[in-house]
Design a protein around this ligand. Structure first.
Ligand code: NOJ
Length: 543
């Protein structure tokens, strides 16, 4: 299928988690000035778009995914003027910014919610307030929150319950109310008019709750059939596209939990430009995310190929602020740290779709883990820990389980150099810096021509220069499940990618004639190569 060429087809997105990127004022929390000071670094890397996780005013119960004012900047991050400066400084460097649109819920400290407690105010209907069952003593239905436990909280002043699909401080908005939709349009316009390029739309496939009936009993997320991927949700997104996004040269990416490629395509028709799916990052999880299962490369491959074949424009990512770091998950941190990191970079950058890389991924940052409960800042991890303890799971085991989902793992401060606190802050960092920063940091990467940073830089550059790598068709090649091979074709040009997903030497089933454009092991000929080394990867111009 041919695609109308757009900026987001050709450019790579880099996600910044502002709290942890760079602290300019020494208060231990990253800020906008800090980000501005690193724009030249991002330019050097070659990315074209920044996805900025929420910077709005917020009590930071869920680190900004709980917005108390959509028109103000969170005070620890800076001011509106600084945000405008960031947009214009980025523009000077040909970098566009997308923001996070977090509108499934607001913070309970948002003035709409505070006013909504007056049942006679129009704001009461902005949220989902209901009387409970059993004479108001039990929640209105059996739905569960994403962070575990009931999705309802009783408020004694109102004498009703409100719905929160995430933490108690993240209150779900009522998208049956037209005024709520108008408020969302206003927010989008406000920021688009400030010159941003679009939005990553947080949990956007669950904003419309079709009914509040009891859900089918499940181990995880009871109730979800009433609000995931609903028809009413599609109508709202079409309306936002028609009334707002279509008036701008814009990009939208939806975070869509639990979509398969059939309903993903529905979102792509005339609603969003692309969606984040989670099949591939759930490859090592049971349906209850707390339980890990062994990662099997062949499964990852099957999932990725299915999405490539069935969706015309994908998002390609392995990391973000909610996921564990990718090298320990899909690579081999101990024995093939650099090789596996490079292989994962090729996977992310060479599949068809917009690549998203997460801060620190380009220098190979790793998980931190913790054996100290007090260190955990992630509200989801803390909630799950408390639940496990209630279920009488001993502390050590509960902590061990929680470490496998603790989102702090990917949120530790960016590692800039070897100096105190990795050059992130001169103060006390809000979250512990990973002690491996002496080795893994930007400074070291920039000194070493063979580093992961320069590998990403090279891939980003190739993807920009070679049309087949951005717009080209994707065609799967058949190999064993331990390898991934595919071509990208555009006109007469054909490029072949072959990757060994494992830490073992593998037979090379393909004899690839042509110029080697990139090879992790520096090979120059793949025509008579009988084996692929652990995590070996190559890009070859095969015609
Ligand atoms: C998805 C975000 O990525 C995550 O960080 C957040 O906790 C939830 N949505 C709720 O906003």
């Amino acid at each position: 299928m041919s695609i109308k060429e757009k900026y987001f087809h050709e450019n790579v997105v880099y996600q910044i988690y502002p709290r942890s990127y760079k602290d300019a004022n020494g208060d231990g929390v990253g800020d906008i000035k800090g980000i501005i000071s690193k724009l030249d670094y991002l330019k050097l890397l070659g990315i074209g778009i920044i996805w900025l996780s929420p910077v709005y005013e917020s009590p930071h119960d869920d680190m900004g995914y709980d917005v108390s004012n959509y028109y103000k900047i969170h005070k620890e991050y800076g001011t509106l003027e600084e945000m405008e400066l960031l947009i214009s400084e980025a523009k000077k460097r040909d970098i566009r910014i997308i923001m996070d649109l977090v509108v499934n819920h607001t913070s309970d400290e948002h003035e709409w919610f505070i006013k909504s407690k007056d049942v006679n105010s129009k704001y009461h209907d902005y949220y989902i307030w209901r009387k409970g069952r059993k004479n108001n003593t039990r929640p209105p239905n059996n739905w569960q929150s994403n962070f575990s436990g009931s999705a309802w909280k009783y408020d004694k002043d109102v004498d009703k319950w409100y719905l929160h699909l995430f933490s108690e401080k993240q209150v779900d908005l009522n998208f049956h109310n037209k005024e709520v939709i108008e408020e969302v349009k206003k927010i989008i316009k406000f920021w688009m008019d400030k010159g941003i390029y679009g939005f990553r739309c947080d949990v956007i496939n669950q904003i419309y709750k079709t009914s509040l009936d009891n859900g089918r009993q499940r181990i995880f997320l009871t109730g979800r059939e009433h609000y995931l991927n609903q028809e009413g949700n599609h109508l709202i997104l079409k309306e936002l596209q028609r009334d707002v996004f279509s008036k701008y040269d814009s990009m939208t990416v939806g975070e869509t939990f639990r979509v398969d490629f059939k309903n993903a395509n529905k979102f792509l028709d005339d609603e969003l430009d692309m969606v984040f799916q989670f099949d591939h990052v759930n490859v090592d999880r049971f349906s209850v995310p707390l339980f890990k299962k062994k990662y099997r490369p062949r499964k990852l491959k099957k999932i990725l190929f299915n999405w490539q074949k069935n969706v015309s424009w994908n998002t390609n990512y392995l990391e973000n602020h909610d996921q564990l770091r990718s090298i320990p998950r899909f690579g081999d941190e101990k024995n093939y740290y650099l090789e596996s990191a490079k292989m994962l970079a090729m996977l992310t950058l060479l599949l068809k779709g917009t690549p998203f890389i997460y801060q620190g991924q380009e220098i190979g940052m790793l998980n931190i883990g913790t054996d100290n409960l007090e260190d955990i800042k992630d509200v989801a991890a803390v909630t799950v820990y408390n639940l496990l303890r209630k279920l009488l799971i001993p502390h050590r085991l509960a902590l061990k389980l929680v470490n496998t989902i603790n989102r702090d793992n990917a949120r530790t401060p960016m590692q800039w150099d070897k100096t105190h606190n990795a050059g992130f802050t001169s103060g006390d960092p809000w979250l512990k810096v990973n002690p491996n920063y002496q080795n893994i940091n930007v400074e070291n990467n920039l000194k070493d021509p063979n580093s992961l940073f320069y590998f990403y830089q090279k891939l980003i550059k190739l993807r920009k220069e070679i049309k087949a790598l951005s717009y080209g068709n994707f065609n799967a090649l058949s190999t064993s499940g331990n390898l991934i091979a595919f071509t990208r074709t555009f006109g007469e040009d054909e490029y072949t990618v072959i990757l060994n997903l494992t830490n073992k030497k593998r037979k090379n089933p393909l004899f690839l004639r042509g110029e080697v454009i990139l090879s992790i092991y520096g090979e120059t000929n793949y025509e008579d190569k009988k084996h692929l080394a652990p995590y070996e990867g190559a890009l070859i111009k095969t015609s």
